[in-house]
Design a protein around this ligand. Sequence first.
Ligand code: CA2
Length: 151
Amino acid sequence: MAKPIYVLNGPNLNLLGRREPAVYGRDTLADVRSRTEERARGAGLVVDFRQTNSEGELIGWVQEARDKAAGIIVNAGGLTHTSISLLDALQAAELPVVEVHLSNIFRRDSFRHHSYVSLAATGVICGLGAKGYELAVDAMAQLIAAPKSRA
Ligand code: CA2
């Protein structure tokens, strides 16, 4: 059986839809999950969608992905801007990585402009809300079909 795409969500993303709708939209994480799974089904892919508030657990999932997943879609939340350990794990995974952010991190506080995750990402999607997860699935489908392609 084909390996799934791991869709990994970091700290506080469980709060989606319940706080700060002006920044993150009204979709809950369960809504994002359904949309992502549906898009993956259409592309003939399976996603394994997870969220954790723990940096260690997120890193453990990235390590697990190396053997068990075909690629990683990751919204690391605030860890995006702080975690060299997460970057190390993503680089060690040697898989296609698509980084997603609901908000446009470049229109926000300057501390959000730098992403450690981007250093390991094949591509980055930000500012398109929950739609960004669907687009990440489309991008991942192409990356898996043509792993050496850069576009
Ligand atoms: O825009 C994104 O997806 C972020 O990864 C979200 C992170 C933030 O630290 C990044 O800079 C950008 C925050 C996730 C917390 O999500 C919340 C959702 C609703 C209410 C409060 C927080």
